[in-house]
Design a binder for this molecule. Structure first.
Ligand SMILES: [Zn+2]
Length: 305
């Protein structure tokens, strides 16, 4: 079932668990993560970043594929542009049928970030498109940005930003970072800060970016402390690479190699769904409407859902 992000995140925030936000780059990864959601009956957000779209995973190819697959499961599936930097990237995703947007204005100072995010909310909400903003800045794992407390989200900024922009979900910087950490490094997630942000924002849905490599115990603790969306990219890509690599080494043909990559992704995401507490939640999530019912004149596709 293809739905926007908001009902999934609201249910997660009310019931103290997190929805996995899985990055996919191709058909195999899309099938892997939707199959995991179906098997675990877990809500799922699929995320694709602007850079990946430009390099490989074009929105006009990925969105119809994902919508078709989502229509085949009772698990609710949302599709979100990840780290959209400007209105052009947002328009490209929306035009191709994405139903959720993450607007990342975290490279700007607070006032400008707020203004840019508010404009996207104004554009998206009448179309029933959910919006996530970012306050503080989640940097890169390789440069150990997660340890730089000056980038962390301040609870009072989070509260002000959320209110002024009207976002449905807030990405915060509390110790994780994007990409691959140096060998042996495990991030410290500032749970106390997370609890303060939850308190300040009236328990609104909070997203953790840079989930990969954080360690199972850290993730469980972060969910307990109030995380409701966990972005996972690097670990899924690594799993696919490993699955394909091992099959290739054993002399598998191309189809078998792709299938092993898909299976490795699916198995990894099912593990994260267990950590996030999202398994078997699908039936309890009130989804009052299907996304396709709400698009009206905006609907630009012909897939039956
Ligand atoms: Zn991110």
């Amino acid at each position: 079932m293809y739905v926007t992000m908001k009902p999934l995140l609201d249910h997660a925030a009310t019931n103290h668990y997190a929805v996995m936000a899985a990055n996919v780059l191709n058909m195999e990864m899309a099938r892997a993560v939707i199959s995991a959601a179906d098997e675990k009956q877990a809500p799922l957000i699929i995320i694709i970043g602007s850079m990946a779209m430009a390099k490989h995973s074009a929105a006009e190819l990925m969105a119809p594929l994902i919508r078709r697959l989502a229509a085949q499961t009772t698990a609710p599936i949302a599709l979100c542009l990840d780290h959209g930097k400007d209105i052009h990237k947002v328009a490209y995703a929306l035009h191709n049928g994405f139903n959720s947007i993450m607007l990342d204005g975290s490279q700007y100072e607070m006032g400008e970030n707020m203004e840019k995010t508010r404009q996207i909310v104004e554009l998206c909400h009448p179309l029933h498109i959910s919006v996530e903003g970012e306050i503080g800045h989640v940097g890169q794992a390789a440069s150990l940005d997660g340890r730089d407390a000056s980038l962390y989200t301040k609870p009072e900024d989070a509260a002000y930003f959320a209110k002024a922009t009207g976002v449905d979900c807030l990405a915060v910087a509390i110790g994780t970072a994007h990409g691959k950490y140096p060998e042996g490094f495990v991030p410290h997630i500032n749970l106390e800060l997370l609890r303060e942000i939850k308190e300040a924002t009236n328990q609104m849905p909070i997203a953790l970016h840079g989930g990969s490599g954080s360690g199972d115990e850290n993730i469980i603790a972060a969910v307990e402390a109030g995380i409701n969306k966990i972005n996972l990219a690097t670990d899924l890509q690594e799993a696919a690479k490993k699955g394909a690599g091992e099959a290739f080494q054993k002399g598998a043909d191309y189809i078998k190699t792709l299938q092993e990559a898909e299976l490795a992704c699916k198995n990894l995401l099912m593990h994260w769904m267990e950590l996030s507490g999202s398994c078997n939640r699908a039936k309890d999530i009130p989804v009052p409407w299907r996304f396709s019912d709400l698009q009206g004149d905006y609907k630009n596709h012909s897939i039956e859902e």
